[in-house]
Design a binder for this molecule. Structure first.
Ligand SMILES: Cc1cc2nc3c(=O)[nH]c(=O)nc-3n(C[C@H](O)[C@H](O)[C@H](O)COP(=O)(O)OP(=O)(O)OC[C@H]3O[C@@H](n4cnc5c(N)ncnc54)[C@H](O)[C@@H]3O)c2cc1C
Length: 496
């Protein structure tokens, strides 16, 4: 085995990317995988430090030094299992976590060397195992006879479902979209995250006995109480934050070819069979894409929209219009660079004040105003202030609004005693349990935190699943005592 000094000398090599000229003509992943040899070499750049700041910075506390040690030795299965010990979606997180702010952001080889490419190595090793052997099946505890309904098949719901199923509980997942996956499918484009990963994960969960019921919207049509009437002992809420933000400027919700980001991304990226009927049955399910497209916003969603626009029509101009300057942009730096490489143009310190339509009601221009940065807001970000008289016109044919998300209110409005904050987020006792203001309802993910990240949704969901497991076993124990049957001490309770 090579020593620490030798490891420090290994040159950092990132995996290759598809050429920008080529990739705007396809929706395939931009980042290409490491070869096994290069992955082993790059894993050996890790210094395996005992205090592992990378693990501490990971919301899931993945044991990164141990996984990279195994990978460096060529033990791909061992490395994959190490990541899977703490993560339900390591191949997703390896691709789309903001590693530069988490594990890689605290890597000790920086600043003398570039950080170890933890994310790409994690993605490599899980892909390798999935493609060659399939996801390793987890051992399941004996059936407990307890039933859980999970509302929402996004990262939070999928993680809770898996953690409860391995502990022997019967799990049914309900989702309003035609297929499970949440924003992994109905949001994040394939050029960042290959959809086959989501499909493989769903197949794996089905093989574990988890049942998915799609096109099922909980709330007004199917109240949460109906789930209890069907015999579920507990319900988990993982319905995310999928309501698009409003700009409150004229034309945004009246003109044709002005889209909310979700609709734009779903119609732009997915094949028709995955779309809900309302879009699948349109004469052309793809969003409008001739002429100029402008995308309003500066986060990950905005970058996904501009890059989708380039791929829908590689010959057309695409602008990103953002009201602050580049340094305040909240999205990942890597994605912004990808957008620049793909020919997206940026209008910083600019905000639309009005969308203008033609006689047929189709958008033809955005009237914008220049901004300057004023005093910092509560979070320390400098607020944009309009510069009076600086209005100008950007001619455009399509607009996508990517200005943030918040949780839908239909479920809290139709569920007695389920309390939310004034922003619509479900109130929980703490993220350690995910217990809501009702004893029989738990929640985690974006519907608790507001729009955030896959990794934080999974981390909170895993904690909620453990708390739910304890509650379910206590409930079962009580039921058994009433019926005079042997209690749960006679069965395997948990895999932990
Ligand atoms: C365009 C885009 C790009 C993103 N890029 C990244 C990224 O690069 N990296 C990253 O870490 N994060 C990214 N995110 C954020 C990430 O996708 C979310 O934080 C994560 O998916 C939250 O998981 P969740 O399970 O809480 O919610 P979701 O993934 O939103 O899943 C919620 C599920 O609940 C379902 N649902 C909602 N209401 C109901 C109802 N009433 N009845 C039944 N089902 C319902 C929805 O259909 C959905 O399937 C991105 C988000 C978007 C929108």
């Amino acid at each position: 085995m090579i020593n620490r000094r030798q490891r420090f000398k290994i040159e950092a090599v990132k995996p290759p990317k598809q050429d920008p000229q080529e990739r705007v003509h396809n929706f395939n992943e931009v980042s290409q995988p490491y070869t096994p040899e290069l992955a082993m070499e790059q894993a050996q750049r890790c210094l395996y430090c005992d205090h592992a700041p990378c693990s501490k910075a990971c919301p899931l506390h993945n044991d990164i030094p141990a996984a990279l040690f195994l990978l460096g030795q060529g033990d791909f299965i061992g490395a994959a299992l190490k990541f899977m010990e703490t993560s339900n979606l390591p191949d997703v997180c390896g691709r789309i976590c903001p590693q530069e702010k988490q594990c890689e952001g605290s890597c000790v080889v920086v600043p003398r060397n570039p950080a170890v490419c933890v994310g790409k190595l994690e993605a490599f090793v899980i892909d390798y195992v999935r493609k060659n052997y399939g996801y390793p099946m987890r051992e399941k505890a004996a059936p407990t006879g307890m039933k859980v309904a999970v509302v929402g098949a996004g990262p939070a719901g999928l993680a809770v479902a898996e953690e409860l199923a391995v502990r022997g509980h019967e799990v049914v997942v309900y989702d309003m979209w035609p297929y499970p996956g949440g924003l992994l499918l109905y949001g994040i484009p394939g050029f960042k995250l290959n959809k086959d990963i989501v499909f493989s994960k769903i197949t794996y969960l089905e093989q574990m006995g988890i049942r998915f019921v799609c096109n099922y919207r909980v709330g007004k049509e199917h109240p949460v109480e109906d789930l209890f009437k069907q015999g579920f002992d507990l319900v988990f809420l993982g319905y995310g934050a999928v309501k698009g933000g409003e700009m409150k400027v004229p034309g945004e919700d009246t003109l044709q070819n002005v889209y909310q980001a979700t609709e734009y991304l779903v119609r732009g990226n997915l094949s028709p069979e995955l779309l809900p009927d309302v879009w699948r049955n349109l004469p052309d399910p793809k969003p409008h894409c001739t002429g100029v497209t402008i995308v309003i916003g500066g986060g990950d969603t905005a970058m996904d929209c501009v890059r989708t626009a380039r791929r829908l029509n590689p010959g057309a101009k695409v602008y990103c219009v953002y009201r602050r300057s580049e340094v305040e942009m909240p999205g990942r730096y890597e994605e912004r660079i990808n957008a620049v490489e793909e020919g997206v143009q940026f209008e910083w310190l600019t905000a639309p004040v009005k969308f203008i339509g033609d006689d047929e009601g189709k958008v033809v221009a955005a009237e914008c105003i220049r901004m300057r940065l004023g005093a910092p807001d509560a979070k320390g970000r400098r607020s944009p202030v309009p510069i009076e008289g600086s209005n100008f016109i950007i001619h455009c044919d399509t607009v996508a609004l990517a200005i943030g998300y918040s949780p839908e209110t239909a479920i809290p409005e139709t569920t007695t005693n389920l309390k939310t904050t004034k922003w619509g987020s479900v109130i929980v006792e703490s993220e350690e349990t995910g217990l809501t203001t009702r004893e029989d309802l738990y929640a985690a993910g974006d519907n608790v935190r507001g729009a955030d990240l896959v990794v934080t949704a999974v981390a909170a969901a895993r904690k909620a699943a453990l708390a739910m497991h304890q509650k379910l076993m206590a409930m079962r124990d009580k039921k058994c005592r009433v019926l005079g049957e042997p209690g749960p001490s006679t069965v395997v309770l948990s895999t932990e």
